[in-house]
Design a protein around this ligand. Structure first.
Ligand code: 13P
Ligand code: ZN
Length: 270
């Protein structure tokens, strides 16, 4: 059996948590990350029949039964993941009945997956229905995006429109826009269900006064999506109190979308 710490997916996952921390998105234990893995990808590194322990999910994840995920642990600090992967991360399979996680590697100190596992797994279900290639769900607390939810209307169309206006790349990177949820209690099945419901329409869901969820086919894609939204929110926060005399006009957003061949969400600039 090869050493798990040399697995390319493990290295990429670990590096992503470091990058998220480096950008100031993940204070303390803030944020969590999940990656769907193929059996062939992990088979060289772990005995698929050696379940170390099982844990209750607390919701029905039947649609994901037999699938493998690597997920950050609850109460773990992103700044500590790189170099201490086996304690801070866990790799598990969803049980046949969809009610349990079957731990194959990690959570070495007796830890458990993130408290936001409902939002992660339910979002994976939603995104896989729309895009069978989706692999990643990322939750984090980017400073400017959270700040923006204190001063901007919390309405999906208005919020998306403002973000699209903040930088030329936005409508190209997230043409599906962002969905905005009101403040809700985190770590619950309810916020998981609400997030997954919004994930049917967009790859980004904003949790007002809390953070963001981003989904993608790869770690880079999800990271880049969140990074682009956060950059736009930073520009909004830098200019919100100034006398703005220029903007990207709706007609120009349409020109952009047409030039780059992206199908943008309807009802925002048309
Ligand atoms: P966990 O430590 O359980 O992952 O929670 C962090 C967080 O961001 C909650 O929303
Ligand atoms: Zn959070």
């Amino acid at each position: 059996m090869k050493d798990m710490l040399t697995a390319p997916f493990l290295k990429a996952f670990s590096k992503t948590t470091s990058n998220m921390y480096r950008l100031g998105w993940d204070e303390r234990n803030g944020g969590n990350l999940s990656l769907l893995l193929d059996e062939e990808e992990i088979a060289p590194y772990v005995d698929l029949n050696a379940v170390k322990r099982r844990f209750e999910l607390g919701f029905d994840a039947k649609e994901l039964h037999g699938k493998y995920f690597i997920v950050t642990g609850t109460q773990k600090y992103f700044k500590n993941v790189e170099g201490n992967e086996e304690t801070n991360l866990g790799l598990f399979r969803i049980s046949e009945d969809g009610r349990k996680g079957e731990l194959l590697w990690g959570y070495l100190d007796g830890g458990r997956p993130t408290s936001e596992l409902p939002a992660h797994l339910m979002s994976h279900i939603s995104r896989l229905r729309v895009d069978p290639e989706n692999r990643v769900v990322m939750h984090t607390h980017p400073t400017n995006l959270v700040a923006m939810t204190y001063v901007h209307e919390l309405e999906t169309r208005q919020f998306t429109h403002t973000l699209w206006q903040m930088s030329t790349e936005c409508i190209v990177v997230f043409p599906d826009g962002v969905e905005v949820l009101p403040w809700m209690l985190c770590g619950t099945n309810e916020i998981g269900e609400a997030t997954a419901d919004r994930m049917r329409n967009a790859r980004v869901v904003v949790w007002s006064m809390h953070g963001i969820y981003g989904a993608g086919k790869t770690l880079d894609e999800a990271f880049g999506l969140v990074e682009t939204v956060e950059k736009a929110a930073a520009i909004y926060m830098l200019t919100a109190n100034l006398n703005k005399i220029n903007t990207i006009k709706d007609e120009e957003l349409k020109v952009l979308a047409n030039y780059f061949g992206v199908k943008y969400r309807s009802g925002i600039i048309d």
